[in-house]
Design a protein around this ligand. Structure first.
Ligand SMILES: [Zn+2]
Length: 501
């Protein structure tokens, strides 16, 4: 089949102090096939986009590549940027000629100035362009905000099932297979959703969330059911549709599959009840900074302990330059610790100018706003400099750009500073700068959960702390204005009330 492929993805944090501009996409991924090869490697490394090219190749499909655009999570996308990227994608689709399928890699929680449902709007316009007969599919992040407008487009929606998001290749195959069946007339899909009125962050690796994810996958074998996604939602998105949901794609051809719609409805209701029952597991077990450091100290001697500075994770839109944990470590005289990465282009430049081996007074972090805390002044020894530093991302490729990165040592703490806001996925953020984590008692990472895919194997323990920040886990304190209420945990919803459609 002839597939049009494009990606336009942003996880928008309504409370982030970081404006999302065209530069944010240029620093992230911005591949424009007609403008030459710039950004092509990054696009190929972007889960979904790169995977689809491989899967299509296996099936002998022809792919017309459109835009691949991704920016590090931050605040709402500037209106003109959103509109120009959207229109560029639609123009490429129009220029692609007749296609059998449209495969879009989206996030699902993109908000722009003037549009709080960017995916719904895009899918609606794509449908208007290709007409009702063409297979349209969108690959989503499970931290999506599912909206009626997205469903009304008739697009087949498939989200990743795992958090950490380690299953994009499997989901790409899943969506491709459904689109292939639609394209050759073997099935006519429809999608239904059931809203689960709760906000939370749910790792899928452990019980009891694991069991629900497994159950949802088992139910995909029910006749007439094509795909089931548990949408966790993105709690830092302030829209009327924010929250969790269950999404079921089923065969809507009533003659061939007379029971499918009813079964899909039952499955959605059952899973929505089961998901809502897990609501108390969605509040992450984060400790205040001092308590978290106490817990790390108590674990001394057992091996490397990972302390996740979850609230300042740029992967959810936080500034990535907060200093609360660093302040506390210095104040308490904790040594043999490593901490990364603090986004501070100015401090990086000063350290590079001073050079490896130099010692200089350096003011670090605390620049973006109040939630970043005050800057920290240290006497820093520059121990390593790397231009265009990289780490392995979740997809396994060594493509996550960190910009220029430096390692400095101050009072027994190795600190990595860099010029691109990027969460820590991999120990390479440290080891590529000569920091041997196995000789440290503690490593602080600015990440919420994705780090676990690569740190669990080397860590004796993991502790999450909740400092101030745009990704602070105390949801009851966030200044929401647009959420549909009631919603857990802001409102006291009783058992049995969950899962309203
Ligand atoms: Zn996500």
């Amino acid at each position: 089949m002839h597939i049009f492929l494009a990606a336009l993805a942003h996880e928008t944090n309504s409370f982030s102090p970081i404006p999302t501009t065209l530069r944010a996409f240029e620093e992230g991924i911005l591949y424009r096939p007609r403008a030459g090869g710039a950004g092509r490697d990054e696009a190929l490394g972007f889960p979904g986009y790169g995977y689809l090219l491989g899967v299509a190749d296996e099936h002998g499909d022809r792919v017309t590549c459109g835009l691949c655009a991704w920016a590090q999570p931050g605040g709402p996308v500037a209106r003109a940027v959103h509109e120009s990227l959207r229109d560029e994608l639609l123009g490429q689709l129009a220029a692609a000629g007749p296609v059998d399928a449209v495969f879009l890699v989206l996030h699902g929680a993109m908000i722009a100035r003037g549009c709080d449902d960017c995916e719904g709007e895009l899918l609606e316009r794509v449908r208007a362009l290709v007409g009702p007969g063409v297979a349209v599919g969108a690959l989503l992040d499970l931290h999506a905000t599912l909206t009626p407008r997205m469903l009304a487009s008739g697009a087949v929606l498939v989200a990743c099932k795992e958090y950490p998001h380690t299953d994009y290749l499997a989901r790409t195959r899943e969506l491709h297979a459904i689109l292939a069946r639609v394209a050759d007339g073997r099935c006519r899909p429809d999608t239904l959703m059931r809203r689960v009125p709760m906000l939370g962050v749910f790792g899928t690796g452990e019980a009891p969330v694991r069991a629900l994810v497994d159950e949802a996958q088992r139910l995909e074998a029910v006749p007439g059911i094509l795909s089931i996604s548990l949408i966790h939602g993105f709690p830092w998105s302030d829209t009327v549709h924010t929250g969790a949901a269950v999404l079921v794609v089923y065969m809507a051809d009533a003659q061939a599959n007379p029971e499918a719609a009813a079964r899909a409805g039952e499955i959605a209701a059952t899973l929505a009840r089961g998901f809502f029952a897990l609501r108390t597991h969605g509040g992450h077990a984060a400790l205040p900074v001092e308590d978290a450091i106490d817990a790390c100290m108590a674990a001394a001697g057992t091996g490397l302990v990972v302390l996740a500075d979850s609230a300042d994770n740029p992967g959810g839109g936080a500034a990535c330059d907060s200093t609360f944990v660093l302040h506390a470590l210095l104040e308490r005289g904790v040594r043999d610790a490593a901490l990364g990465m603090i986004w501070d282009p100015l401090a990086v430049q000063l350290a590079i100018d001073a050079g490896v081996g130099a010692t200089l007074p350096l003011r670090i972090g605390g620049k973006v706003g109040l939630a970043s805390g005050p800057p920290v002044d240290v006497l820093a020894s520059v121990t390593a400099v790397r231009h265009d530093a990289r780490q392995h991302g979740l997809a396994g490729e060594f493509t996550e750009a960190l910009g220029d990165a430096v390692a400095i040592r101050a009072d027994g703490i190795d600190i990595v500073l860099n010029t691109r806001r990027q969460q820590v996925f991999s120990p390479e953020c440290f080891t590529e700068l000569g920091i041997d984590l196995q000789t440290r008692r503690l490593v602080v990472v600015k990440s919420t959960r994705h780090f676990r895919a690569r740190f669990d194997a080397i860590a004796a323990g993991t502790i999450i702390c909740d400092a101030p920040g745009a990704l602070n886990g105390d949801l009851a304190r966030l200044p929401y204005a647009r959420l549909a209420r009631p919603i857990w945990p802001l409102d006291p919803i009783e058992e049995g009330e969950g899962g309203h459609a």
